[in-house]
Design a protein around this ligand. Structure first.
Ligand SMILES: [Zn+2]
Ligand SMILES: [Zn+2]
Length: 136
């Protein structure tokens, strides 16, 4: 069983990203936090442990990860970009009560009325409601 630091290093190398200590910290954080954190939340959590890291470093690392396809993004509230270590197509369920964002699998349907001859490049499915935990 590989430890997290090894996994982080491998992922960076697989995506042709030069593994700096800061980049490793950002990626490691994303692998631990599956709640679709915003860049600000990621920065604050890393900064709490490593006060020397700058906001720009975290933001640059995130942009690079997205550019290289290592991390995906979604907009839960249409205001802030959220980052996700899961990059394959998946849907999101946003709980109105606890604000958690859950991943779910779905099959791409490609059945959209009125979009014949359009080229669809990405698709974002966001469902909203009350999660199982909050309904109990
Ligand atoms: Zn909930
Ligand atoms: Zn997700």
């Amino acid at each position: 069983m590989k430890n997290l630091a090894d996994k982080v290093l491998n992922l960076l190398e697989e995506h042709n990203i030069k593994p700096s200590y800061q980049r490793m910290q950002v990626l490691e954080y994303l692998m631990r936090d599956n709640t679709h954190p915003t860049a600000d939340v990621i920065y604050k959590n890393i900064h709490a442990k490593s006060p020397l890291i700058s906001k720009a470093t975290v933001y640059n690392a995130l942009n690079l990860f997205v550019e290289k396809g290592l991390v995906s993004t979604m907009m839960a509230d249409k205001l802030e970009v959220r980052y996700d270590i899961v990059t394959k197509a998946h849907g999101h369920f946003v709980c109105k009560k606890c604000k958690k964002i859950y991943n779910f699998d779905y099959n791409y349907s490609n059945q959209y009325a009125g979009l014949d001859d359009f080229e669809i490049e990405s698709e974002e499915i966001v469902l909203k409601g009350i999660c199982k935990q909050c309904r109990q």
